[in-house]
Design a protein around this ligand. Structure first.
Ligand SMILES: *Cc1c(COP(=O)(O)O)cnc(C)c1O
Length: 368
């Protein structure tokens, strides 16, 4: 059996590309605490993702960005509003961030059409009066539904924070800062990465300053803790990786476009093109096979395993089904569970080679 095809093979900037930024750190002798490289990364990300200065705050991870956004937009949970409403179809980080801010995660079912929570459904949900925050998720890097959730926030008065962890490219293609915070992840398995890292996009400057404060023990400008917080700051070393990553963004996108074109051609040749979901519909760090039935999903998993291709249920069978969260959802979430069993993550990389693509698509084409 030849080597197996990995589910995702990240490619971050190499040592040579990062070196000029490391030399800046050597000269600056500032290593942490939103230093000059972190601020430069924020400015370049703002130009790219929001088109406005002072709309981005970087963080140590996507989860830190999310938790700080919750603290900045909603504060810690209070007895009258203890719930965070969030979809079952997400990565467990969404629920952990809510719990970090003191909320009890209350999982809701998604819309089967776009795999997301819809504001109109949440407005009718009986748990709404006890909700302290709503955390919609843009799954697999979909575009965050800013207008819909801004209107929901205006109508209900309930703070909203969007988990758009994988939506870097969606944000780059349509400005993604609005009146509610949007959290991104720069983890190595996301399409733009600082190794570990994340960011909050938010057009409200005083809100963004509260995010920065929450990421720094509740301190800003002075050494006094004035609000809830923790250490969620991005180090200068991680910022260096991000700056080098922005320098090579165009090259990464070119390589990716070529790979995706080859993937599509190969899928068409094996008669499975209609079941494949690729960038730009989702983030380029994912490729998904949407099985038409549960039986077909099982057949596809078997065929891929036999061909030595890794697969992943990126969101498990819904976070609400994870051992730690299971007891919180007695009734189950039918749309989430039906979808999760049919959406199979398959191998992708910006530079996925011809042989690997052929192996994946041939296995899926032959799956019965
Ligand atoms: C990756 C991801 C996160 C967590 O980001 P980290 O940077 O790993 O903390 C949160 N939510 C979703 C939907 C993700 O995909």
């Amino acid at each position: 059996m030849p080597r197996s095809v990995p589910i995702y093979k990240p490619l971050l900037p190499d040592a040579k590309a990062i070196a000029p930024y490391l030399e800046q750190i050597d000269r600056n002798r500032i290593y942490a605490n939103r230093g000059p490289l972190a601020q430069s990364l924020e400015a370049r990300l703002a130009a790219l993702l929001t088109g406005r200065p002072e709309t981005v705050a970087v963080a140590a991870s996507g989860t830190a960005a999310l938790e700080a956004s919750i603290l900045a937009a909603a504060g810690r949970a209070e007895a009258a509003r203890p719930l965070a409403l969030l979809p079952g179809y997400t990565f467990s980080a969404t629920a952990h961030a809510a719990m970090g801010a003191g909320y009890h995660p209350h999982f809701l079912d998604i819309s089967p059409e776009d795999w997301q929570l819809r504001a109109a459904d949440v407005l009718r949900n009986p748990a709404l009066p006890r909700a302290g925050v709503v955390i919609p998720v843009a799954p697999f890097g979909a575009r965050p539904l800013l207008e819909e959730w801004t209107a929901f926030h205006a109508q209900s008065g309930i703070p909203v924070v969007i988990d758009a962890a994988a939506s870097f490219e969606a944000a780059a293609s349509a400005p993604a800062a609005g009146d509610i915070p949007v959290a991104l992840s720069f983890h190595a398995t996301k399409s733009f990465s600082t190794g570990e890292g994340g960011a909050v996009l938010w057009r409200r400057r005083e809100g963004l300053m509260r995010v920065v404060q929450a990421l720094n023990f509740g301190m800003i400008l002075t050494r006094e803790s004035r609000s809830a917080g923790f250490n969620g700051k991005l180090s200068e070393y991680h910022a260096a990786i991000g700056l080098a990553g922005l320098d090579r963004l165009a090259a990464a996108r070119n390589a990716r476009a070529d790979t995706l074109a080859r993937y599509r051609r190969s899928a068409a040749a094996h008669g499975i093109a209609q079941h494949l979901i690729l960038h730009p519909e989702i983030a380029p760090c994912y490729a998904l096979f949407r099985a038409p039935s549960p039986a077909m999903a099982r057949a596809a998993l078997r065929a891929l395993q036999e061909a030595g291709c890794e697969t992943r249920f990126w969101y498990g069978f819904g976070v609400h089904a994870e051992p730690y969260f299971r007891s919180l959802v007695p009734a189950g979430l039918p749309h989430t569970e039906a979808l999760a069993a049919r959406i199979i993550g398959i191998p992708i990389a910006d530079d996925l080679d011809e042989e690997s693509i052929a192996r994946v698509t041939a296995a899926l084409g032959a799956a019965r």
